[in-house]
Write a protein that binds this ligand. Structure first.
Ligand SMILES: [Zn+2]
Length: 386
């Protein structure tokens, strides 16, 4: 007993000394930082502690390209935290008190956590990086109707449920999903839309308008009031107005079908101007590799996101579970992933099985707008290419 107490006392004294050393170092750091007093220096320090947490969890260091590339040629800012030899406390460093009234703070955390978590960053700089801006339009619909994002504690996954609204019972079941926030994309021509979108929003989920667009295969049934490439601008506007007025409280649009329409530059350019005027984002379902969504969105200054994974192209739960693991891999690599599924029974079954497991593995299910805000921050923080 005595020797055990003695050992504990020695351990305590060692810990005490370490804490004293850390406090002293932080004090020195704060003194020096106080002379420069930049927010960036504190963020950098926190980013490094986040990175350490990532090293602990994964055994590999997250690359520091943002910090080194972003560093100015003048005197580097002292970073107190990495000098600490005690156990880092990433949870405390990472998790401010949840405070929905301060989204900017939450998003700053979000960006840091997500950038630290994925081990590989090789494929980050792509042309689409230029397409997330909407020139700081603070009052855009996509901001006003964004669902509350949870605290982000790892790579983000946004699950979008296309073709929603055919069956109100299915809508209720999906809205009851409780492992995180989903984004439900409602078809404009179904019944009881107001009731169904209210159910989705009460469940904390985000809403998209799932807009029918012309497919390459004319045999496919798109539903009424589909947008086609042979329409005059006036007719296109009329159709668009009808579709856009069918529901409320949505953050943007993604295409239902549309392998012909989304590849047509004049039609998409016209469509994007309407989105820009209404402050809506565009999620490209990418039903064709020939889509010009990215370019036309950039030209019209429309915030643009793209689907990474389709979850349920095969009608069974095992396939969906496999696609969800693929989604996790994408999220680990780029910090976020966007997957699209449908309100099939097997898809919902798979999501309900997978949701709690994904949370345990450190992923956070977020609304689509959380990915967009993260992307905007990421682009804003990137050093200029010129
Ligand atoms: Zn669809």
């Amino acid at each position: 007993m005595i020797s055990m107490h003695g050992r504990r006392l020695r351990q305590w004294l060692t810990t005490g000394r370490t804490i004293a050393l850390v406090v002293a170092l932080i004090g020195v750091g704060l003194l020096v930082a106080g002379t420069t007093g930049t927010l960036a220096s504190r963020d950098t320090a926190r980013a490094v502690s986040v990175e350490q947490a990532a090293v602990e969890q994964t055994g590999t260091a997250a690359p520091r390209e943002r910090q080194s590339a972003g560093a100015s040629p003048v005197t580097p800012t002292p970073i107190p935290v990495p000098l600490a030899t005690s156990e880092p406390e990433p949870r405390i460093a990472l998790a401010p008190v949840p405070d929905r009234d301060r989204p900017s703070r939450r998003l700053a955390e979000l960006a840091l956590v997500a950038s630290a978590a994925p081990p590989a960053r090789a494929a980050r700089i792509e042309p689409r990086d230029q397409t997330v801006s909407d020139q700081g339009n603070e009052d855009a619909a996509w901001r006003r109707f964004a669902a509350a994002a949870p605290m982000i504690e790892g790579p983000m996954i946004a699950i979008v449920i296309d073709d929603s609204g055919h069956d109100i019972a299915r809508t209720q079941r999906i809205a009851g999903f409780n492992s995180g926030v989903l984004t439900m994309a409602f078809l404009p021509y179904v019944n009881n839309l107001a009731e169904q979108t209210a159910i989705a929003r009460e469940g904390g989920h985000e809403i998209l308008l799932h807009l029918p667009m012309e497919p390459l295969n004319p045999e496919l049934d798109t539903g009424p009031n589909v947008l086609t490439i042979d329409m005059t601008p006036d007719i296109l506007d009329e159709r668009l107005a009808w579709n856009l007025a069918r529901l409320e409280g949505y953050v943007g649009i993604n295409n239902h079908m549309g392998s012909r329409f989304t590849a047509d530059r004049p039609a998409m350019a016209h469509f994007m101007r309407t989105l820009q005027a209404r402050g809506l984002l565009f999620l490209d379902s990418r039903t064709t590799i020939a889509t010009v969504g990215q370019q036309t969105a950039a030209e019209a200054n429309v915030p643009y996101l793209r689907r990474d994974v389709f979850l349920d192209n095969e009608p069974n739960k095992d396939h969906v579970l496999g696609q969800l693991l693929l989604t996790e891999a994408v999220a680990r690599r780029q910090g976020y992933a966007i997957a699209i599924g449908h309100p099939h029974a097997w898809t919902v079954d798979a999501l309900e099985t997978w949701g709690p497991e994904a949370r345990r593995r450190g992923f956070t299910l977020v609304p689509l707008t959380a990915v967009l805000q993260y992307r905007q921050q990421e682009v804003a923080q990137r050093p200029s290419q010129n």
